[in-house]
Write a protein of this length. Structure first.
Length: 123
């Protein structure tokens, strides 16, 4: 990654906070795709941004009630797996979604960020 690309990515991460509240997390990034978890008025949304035409968009939404249940049960986890570049994220019944280890080399940090995002939905 070039210094310019790193600066753009840092800027993108900085813009994810609104009024000191976490509003979204970029969890996966390649040259063709990016995926984000977003806290919205509807609940938690998973978005895919794809450079290829006709791909991408919102993939799923968890309602505020589902988010509350997930938090209460602690039903979210990170599996770094054996692959060098990617691991998986599980949130409630939404399982096996990829995350980039380059963005989150420490799985516990990503788990904490997801917890903060989930908590921001019902606060």
């Amino acid at each position: 990654m070039t210094p310019k690309q790193e600066a753009e990515e840092d800027k993108e991460v900085t813009e994810l906070f609104i009024e000191d509240k976490l509003s979204e997390i970029l969890i996966f990034s390649t040259s063709k795709q990016k995926t984000k978890l977003k806290a919205t008025s509807q609940g938690l949304e998973y978005h895919l941004e794809d450079k290829r035409e006709g791909k991408g968009g919102r993939q799923w939404t968890l309602s505020k009630h589902e988010v509350e249940t997930i938090l209460t049960q602690g039903a979210y986890s990170i599996n770094p797996g054996y692959k060098a570049r990617v691991g998986t994220v599980n949130i409630g019944l939404r399982r096996g979604w990829l995350y980039s280890k380059s963005l989150f080399p420490e799985p516990d940090y990503l788990k904490g960020e997801i917890r903060h995002l989930l908590e921001s939905i019902n606060s």
